[in-house]
Design a protein around this ligand. Structure first.
Ligand SMILES: [Zn+2]
Length: 443
């Protein structure tokens, strides 16, 4: 603890030491007897998942065991937090982690200690959860996911050359959802998207009927699972929220949300994962033509192939309108109290795992969220909404998923990129620069 005198004075006052009878020194906190692997984050500014505060944080094993303004733990490994900000491990609520271990290694190295895969190989989910339970593989982000998504034949999700089961009728919904849960899915992902070329009413791809979406949502809820729906248009969002969807996997950008949609989302506690990284990827949000690939704090950790993927969208649309509709919609939903979850939709063009979440945080702030609101969207809000117990908070008993960054995140969201240390389940995540490719990867 190396902070200034104000906190010591506060302790003096609490102890009744103020005034003429004051003791010459502030009472010291009782030293903690700690386990051999204990780590004390000493003197950092802490974002606890809700707000910023000056706190010390003690980690023992895989857990945070003590959080207080001043902790004495002489036998613990001390991490000097002066000039740093300590954050909960970040959560990316919309990714596609695929089969490559590197996607989750990249995520963890960038402080994203949990990814929610909203369409990927289902057989990866069980082993990932098992590894997490056993405390193995902490150099990889933890994984939750939807496995195979629900879509019609030839609908969105079928275009990647990987055969997946599909459905067309409401009567098929119950068995479809049961099969997904049997495969290990944590959530149900549904596609309902009428996005079409300008002037056309024919969607680019066929999509489920609303009756089938309703049956899928009902089947998910009957099994106490969340139904998260990919939507293209505002009208899609209105339809699926009316059908009881729990969350939107993207924020539409065709128009502002009608007031009835906002009211319905508030009444039903529907959350939104705006995925600005993907939805607004053509927009020059910072007005300088730069992406996260141009930030040395990011680029140093990436391979050329990652940077090429991030730069795949360089024909920036410099019109203000490019970002204005979607950011105004996001502010409307924020003002109404709709839960907002940070998600990147990695590994789409213009994204990578981990790095892009830092870009998403900056875009959320550019869209008008406060820095605390943006950070909540990547920590406590997804933890609460998606049932991720022990995540997203720096409180006693929470998992020791922590990201220490240089600088003051409370005044500059870009400081999240200057990572000094990542702890995942209490273990330090190795950060070789750049993060190497998987040995067998052709990427
Ligand atoms: Zn996606």
């Amino acid at each position: 603890m190396k902070r200034g005198s104000s906190l010591a004075c506060a302790l003096v006052v609490v102890a009744g030491c103020g005034g003429a009878s004051a003791r010459p020194e502030a009472p010291r906190a009782e030293p903690f007897a700690t386990s051999a692997d204990a780590i004390l984050f000493d003197g950092a500014q802490v974002f606890d998942g809700e707000r910023f505060a000056a706190l010390d944080v003690l980690v023992e094993g895989a857990r945070i065991t003590h959080v207080a303004p001043e902790i004495e733990a002489p036998t613990a490994r001390h991490v000097d937090g002066a000039g740093h900000t300590l954050l909960p491990g970040l959560i990316d609520a919309h990714t596609h982690a695929g089969m490559e271990p590197r996607s989750l290694r990249l995520a963890a190295a960038f402080g994203v200690t949990l990814e929610v895969d909203l369409f990927g190989p289902p057989h990866r989910l069980g082993p990932a959860r098992e590894a997490e339970r056993e405390g193995h593989g902490t150099e990889l982000a933890d994984l939750r996911g939807a496995g195979t998504l629900a879509t019609v034949p030839a609908g969105h999700g079928t275009e990647y050359g990987i055969p997946i089961p599909t459905l067309s009728q409401p009567e098929e919904a119950d068995a479809f959802v049961a099969a997904r849960l049997a495969e290990g899915s944590d959530y149900l992902k549904i596609v309902y998207d009428h996005w079409a070329a300008p002037g056309s009413d024919t969607p680019f791809m066929p999509t489920l009927s609303l009756e089938t979406v309703r049956a899928l949502v009902t089947a998910a809820h009957a099994r106490e699972r969340l139904a998260i729906v990919h939507v293209g248009l505002e009208s899609d969002a209105f339809d699926v929220v009316s059908a009881g969807a729990d969350g939107l996997a993207h924020l539409f950008s065709d128009r502002a949300p009608r007031p009835e949609l906002v009211a319905l989302m508030v009444a039903q506690h529907t959350f939104v994962i705006p995925t600005l990284t993907t939805e607004a990827r053509g927009c020059d949000v910072d007005g300088n033509g730069r992406t996260v690939a141009d930030d040395p704090a990011i680029a140093a950790w990436l391979l050329e192939s990652d940077l090429a993927r991030l730069r795949r969208v360089r024909d920036f649309d410099r019109r203000e309108a490019c970002f204005e509709t979607i950011s105004a919609s996001l502010r409307t939903l924020r003002d109404a109290g709709v839960p907002i979850l940070a998600g990147t939709d990695a590994i789409n063009a213009g994204t990578t795992h981990g790095a892009s979440l830092h870009g998403e945080l900056a875009m959320l702030v550019a869209a008008g969220l406060s820095i605390e609101e943006a950070l909540r969207a990547a920590t406590s809000t997804p933890a609460r909404v998606l049932g991720l117990e022990g995540r997203g908070r720096i409180v006693e008993g929470a998992r020791a998923d922590l990201v220490l960054v240089e600088g003051d995140v409370s005044t500059d969201i870009h400081a999240t990129r200057h990572i000094a240390l990542v702890l995942h389940a209490g273990r330090e995540v190795p950060r070789p620069a750049p993060i190497p490719a998987d040995p067998s990867s052709e990427e």
